[in-house]
Design a protein around this ligand. Structure first.
Ligand code: FE2
Length: 377
């Protein structure tokens, strides 16, 4: 975990102060540490129940928080990092299952494991609580050894999820540091994610596919970490040998992300975002619809952003000029003949569900963050 903190600090050092939020690793704890320093929130309106639970967990050195009501628990979760919630099935204001649903619908709390307890017998209650997202269900009277065992298991799973999230956070930070090294591209990753999701929505893609596009917006060029600076930032044309190395960023990117199973859907974007419709692209010379759809979508967004952004060797083109250049490339056989006109239509008319997407500034970042939350629910 120490290595994660150091890595994130190094990545933060690469990021300009004025742009983008700092990366923060999640709580620094491994499976072992989670058993002794985890924070547990007990939500129960009956004081005796809370006291009993606290007594059962006393020897385990957990940090225990208490809330009498679900509303107080939700308010507390806004500013506390909690590793496990124990909640009673029957409470005033909001039932245990409703409370569960509220936590699972919130990105900040949806990964917190929930143990539901009740003194009301019946399999229906168990089904209702598990349906609402509770991870475990125990009927009172609670047996101290049983509840301690369940909590240990749940905290081990939580620590594993945290470490997976941290690994993904590092990859995203790494990908952005690559983009940030080129000071002319600004919010390139965010714009790509926003444009791609907009195009994905217009095509009726699922939430999961839109989320993959979001991730692809950030990770597609992560392989550029392996490209030497003298090639990556060369002013002027690359020679044949340098091009060979530059093209490898697609394969290197796939290799970097492949070990993370959760990123499997993003791999085709990373590998194939430089293919061409007529088969003259790289690295696999795929043609037409053999090029994965999500890679084609990201490519359209990538090209549009490259054209409309000022670079050392060219000014920023207007929307209209950029679209015309892309349509010319369709004529040459390079680009998807259906996606490019659809994107052109979208971009020229703006977007009616969230104008912030198209602003290219801080409000676009906020819109994108809102979108990511919606997609991950
Ligand atoms: Fe690329």
């Amino acid at each position: 975990m120490r290595a994660i903190r150091e890595t994130v600090n190094e990545l933060n050092a690469l990021r300009p102060e004025s742009q983008l939020p700092r990366w923060e690793p999640l709580a620094e704890r491994g499976p072992q540490a989670a058993q002794t320093t985890a924070t547990i929130l007990i939500v129960d309106d009956v004081e005796l129940n809370r006291r009993l639970l606290r007594g059962m967990l006393k020897a385990s050195s957990y940090r225990i928080l208490e809330a009498k009501r679900p509303s107080a628990a939700i308010a507390l979760l806004e500013h506390e990092d909690v590793d496990l919630v124990i909640v009673d099935l029957v409470m005033p204001q909001m039932s245990g299952p409703d409370f569960c649903r509220a936590l699972k619908a919130n990105r900040k709390t949806h990964l917190i494991p929930i143990l539901m307890t009740t003194s009301v017998q019946g399999v229906d209650n168990e089904i209702a609580s598990l349906d609402s997202g509770a991870d475990e269900f125990l009927v009172k009277p609670l047996q101290p050894a049983v509840i301690r065992g369940r909590i240990r298991t749940m905290l081990r799973h939580k620590a594993l999820i945290d470490s997976l999230e941290e690994a993904e956070t590092i990859l995203f930070a790494l990908a952005q540091s690559v983009e940030q090294r080129d000071k002319y591209t600004g919010l390139h990753c965010e714009r790509l994610a926003a444009y791609s999701i907009a195009l994905g929505r217009a095509l009726g893609l699922s939430k999961a596919e839109q989320l993959t596009l979001y991730r692809g917006g950030y990770l597609h060029d992560i392989g550029k970490v392996s490209i030497p600076d003298n090639i990556l930032f060369k002013r002027g044309l690359l020679n044949e040998e340098e091009w060979k190395i530059m093209r490898l960023h697609t394969i290197r990117g796939e290799e970097i992300c492949r070990p993370m199973k959760s990123l499997a859907p993003v791999l085709p974007i990373i590998r194939n975002h430089h293919e061409r419709w007529d088969g003259t692209g790289y690295p696999d010379s795929l043609a037409g619809e053999n090029i994965p759809l999500l890679a084609r979508i990201l490519q359209v967004a990538d090209i549009y952003d490259a054209l409309t952004t000022a670079r050392t060797y060219k000014p920023a083109f207007s929307h209209e000029d950029a679209v015309q250049i892309m349509l010319d490339e369709v004529g040459r056989g390079w680009r998807d003949p259906e996606l490019v006109p659809l994107f052109a239509e979208l971009i020229l008319k703006g977007d009616d569900y969230d104008p912030g997407f198209w602003s290219g500034d801080a409000s676009m970042k906020q819109s994108l963050e809102n979108m990511r939350e919606e997609l991950t629910k």
